[in-house]
Design a protein around this ligand. Structure first.
Ligand SMILES: NC(=O)c1ccc[n+]([C@@H]2O[C@H](COP(=O)([O-])OP(=O)(O)OC[C@H]3O[C@@H](n4cnc5c(N)ncnc54)[C@H](O)[C@@H]3O)[C@@H](O)[C@H]2O)c1
Length: 293
């Protein structure tokens, strides 16, 4: 007997930034599988100053779109830098007019420059993408949202670690990353208060170490094993695996997508302003010692 059920986000349109690959693609496919049409945005280009790993390509974004179509859903793609407000507002407006509405926003695009060699202003470039880019995405979407809409911003467990190297002067990319993700956590908390009377929910999802290009590159391996010249993935895992209290070495993108789907759906209709930690318990020790919500 074939199951004939409506998906958990059937009839909704979901916008996702950083949708060409990694967690963004996973969110797009998971939401499409559950009935949403998709607006998939990504920069598909180098982000200056260059990261120690390449950004997604146009071919990646096209592949996300093809996979969404294979699931029987509509998709509109846009090559957009979340720092470029003109480009972003236009892309959102055009896509919403094509798909007929907007109900879910997943502000997911992000970067991290893990190398010690990056210039000091990398701190600010990182904040531009990871914090200002999230705020831009929500602002560009706002005019299209109505009661029942759900906004989800991607933070990081770095936002919750009070001793994370914000004060490490040698790593401006890592410090900017931590700063920007703390900002996202606070933005979500405060914006939820403002949007609540409109019936619009705003939540953050804070992933732990997740198997995407952002984590799985040599620069990040060196960040975890600074004492080694050219650490391997296995040597990096020896450090980042035990950060998680549960016996889980790393999250899969699908682990984060499961929470995004819950926050996008009506199942979470009473939940707003929350910091959803999807990190296998990594931040429980810091939270106990009084880190931000
Ligand atoms: N992978 C992890 O371990 C981890 C942990 C915690 C949080 N996060 C966060 O998860 C989110 C998704 O990252 P991921 O793990 O999928 O990595 P990823 O590098 O695979 O994906 C990031 C995507 O964002 C896009 N992007 C980068 N800058 C952009 C810009 N200016 N405008 C538009 N698109 C841009 C990239 O092209 C890429 O497709 C990020 O916000 C990241 O900070 C990741």
């Amino acid at each position: 007997m074939t199951e004939n059920r409506l998906g958990r986000v059937a009839g909704k349109v979901a916008l996702i930034t950083g949708a060409a690959r990694g967690q963004g693609r996973s969110h797009a496919l998971n939401l499409a599988r559950e009935g949403a049409d998709i607006i998939a945005l990504d920069v598909c280009d180098t982000v200056e100053p260059a990261m120690q790993y390449p950004m997604a390509t146009l071919a990646d974004l096209d592949e996300t779109a093809a996979l969404v179509k294979d699931l029987g859903r509509r998709v509109v793609t846009g090559v957009v830098d979340v720092r470029d407000r003109t480009q972003l507002f236009r892309a959102v407006r055009d896509a919403v007019s094509e798909l007929g509405g907007l109900h879910v926003v997943v502000a997911n695009a992000g970067i991290v420059a893990a190398d010690k060699s990056v210039p000091p202003h990398t701190f600010l470039s990182t904040v531009s993408v990871n914090y200002t880019g999230v705020a831009n995405t929500i602002e560009a979407s706002f005019e299209h949202l109505g009661a029942g809409a759900s906004v989800i911003a991607t933070g990081s467990m770095a936002a919750m670690m009070s001793t994370y190297p914000t004060d490490n002067p040698g790593f401006p990319g890592i410090a900017g990353y931590s700063h920007s993700k703390r900002g996202v956590a606070r933005l979500v908390r405060d914006l939820a208060v403002q949007f609540a009377p409109l019936g619009i929910r705003v939540n953050a999802v804070h992933p732990g170490n997740t198997e995407t290009d952002m984590l799985l590159n040599d620069g990040m391996f060196r960040q975890f094993r600074k004492e080694l010249e050219a650490p391997t993935r296995a040597e990096a895992e020896e450090v980042y695996g035990p950060m998680h209290l549960l016996p889980i070495t790393s999250m899969q993108p699908q682990d984060i997508s499961n929470t995004v789907l819950f926050l996008a759906s009506e199942e979470s209709r009473c939940i707003t302003g929350m910091q959803m930690h999807v990190n296998a318990g990594a931040t429980l020790p810091t939270t106990k010692s009084g880190a931000p919500d």
